[in-house]
Design a protein around this ligand. Structure first.
Ligand code: NDP
Ligand code: MG
Length: 382
């Protein structure tokens, strides 16, 4: 039995992780954590019987305790609750399927407690990669990528000498607005931005895919996971998301991982690495698939991607500013308080105003996050 704890069990990655657990009898769910959706969380508790559950608000935790008083489970709340789930003694692997920088502290706590990490929560690596990667080495724990592109790269590198890796070719669908110009992007509605052509995901990452900020975050995620400089990470637009990413070695050989767009594959690969298991579902059919096309990314009309390369080149606390500004801007856009093109503009404004801290500690990262939120509150009031 492999014992698994999940942060963000009610979300897109969380529910798909539980689907994988449902079809594999040797995976045991020992702890779950979620935010607001306690009805779904209750159903998950009744099906998977975790011994520990965390809910963000104390009020919801109380309500859940009442609803599940017939179950043998401990229910905790707040950041303390997330940390308890992360450190739970009986679990072996933590799936970080929570969204945003809130994942930093629990991820670090789990690693210190000796857990392997199945990492979906890219915001943690983007902002604290310089802390997470050395910590993994020091504690002898594995960071197993769940993000489909990073899982693809990880699969391509299996059995290879990492020093012979020359370049990462990170594929991008281009999102729902591929080919559009700034003029046309001005009037984009929340509903349009929430329609991703290939993947069904949580709201925040779906907006990030529309602005191409997601690809920027993934470039920084790849940088830390695979120890490659940003200038050796090339974004390749491949609109149908059939190639999940590629690597180029020093001799010029390129390896790619292909498949249908189904997050259960990278989730299952992370949970069973280095083994592969049967996965039900659609397969690529090369009798139907006539072509795979490529394009250059458009950094002019989608400045969110350009800004990511700028943040990565400077490093220090600037990727935190990029990420925190984006988190807040996306929330404001979903709330219909700002327009689509205001998202990269707010990110750029915050990056310009920030004085970079080299090698920031976790406290400095979280402090920078708060400063960025205050900056945006002021900018938004104008
Ligand atoms: P969702 O929005 O679908 O889910 C987020 C999860 O986090 C929910 O379970 C939510 O709980 C929980 N959560 C949010 N805030 C808190 C909190 N304060 N305390 C406890 N739990 C909280 O996101 P996704 O599943 O789409 O994405 C999760 C992460 O994975 C992100 O970092 C994303 O970038 C990454 N990722 C996602 C992919 C995808 O296909 N979805 C692909 C690659 C990476 P609740 O809903 O109950 O409030
Ligand atoms: Mg991805």
């Amino acid at each position: 039995m492999k014992k698994i704890a999940i942060l963000g069990s009610t979300g897109s990655i969380g529910t798909q992780t539980l689907e994988v657990a449902r079809t594999n009898q040797d995976l045991e769910i020992t702890a779950l954590a979620a935010g607001n959706r306690i009805e779904l969380l209750e159903a998950q508790m009744r099906e998977f019987h975790p011994s520990l559950v965390a809910v963000w608000s104390e009020e919801k935790a109380k309500e859940l305790r009442l609803r599940t008083s017939d179950l043998d489970v401990r229910i905790v709340a707040g950041m303390e609750g997330l940390l308890e789930v992360a450190e739970q003694p009986e679990s072996e692997i933590l799936v970080t399927a929570i969204v945003g920088m809130i994942g930093i502290r629990p991820t670090i706590a789990a690693m210190k407690a000796g857990k392997d990490i199945a990492l979906a929560n890219k915001e943690t690596l983007v902002t604290a990669g310089h802390i997470i990667m050395p910590l993994a080495e020091e504690r002898g724990v594995r960071i197993l990528p769940v993000d489909s592109e990073h899982s693809a790269i990880f699969q391509c590198l299996n059995g290879e000498n990492r020093r012979e890796l020359h370049k990462i070719l990170l594929t991008a669908s281009g999102g729902p607005f591929r080919g559009k110009k700034k003029e046309e992007l001005k009037a984009v509605k929340v509903e349009d931005a929430l329609k991703h052509p290939n993947w069904s995901m949580g709201q925040k990452i779906t907006i990030d895919s529309a602005t191409l900020v997601n690809k920027g975050l993934e470039m920084m995620e790849a940088r830390w996971l695979f120890g490659v400089e940003p200038e050796n990470i090339q974004i390749v637009v491949q609109p149908k998301s059939i190639i999940h990413s590629m690597v180029e070695f020093v001799d010029g050989a390129v390896m790619a991982q292909l498949g249908t767009p189904d997050m259960k594959l990278p989730i299952q690969y992370a949970l069973y690495y280095p083994s592969r298991r049967y996965l039900p579902g659609e397969r690529l059919d090369f009798r139907q698939l006539m072509q795979i096309t490529f394009e250059q990314p458009d950094m002019e009309n989608f400045p969110g991607l350009r800004l990511a390369f700028e943040a990565a080149a400077v490093g220090g606390s600037l990727p935190t500013v990029y990420n925190a500004a984006n988190e807040r801007a996306v929330a404001l856009f979903l709330d219909r308080r700002i327009r689509f093109l205001d998202i990269p503009e707010l990110i750029e404004n915050c990056m310009e105003r920030h004085t970079v801290i080299e090698n920031p500690s976790v406290e400095e990262i979280l402090q920078t996050e708060q400063e960025v939120y205050q900056m945006i509150d002021k900018l938004e009031l104008k």
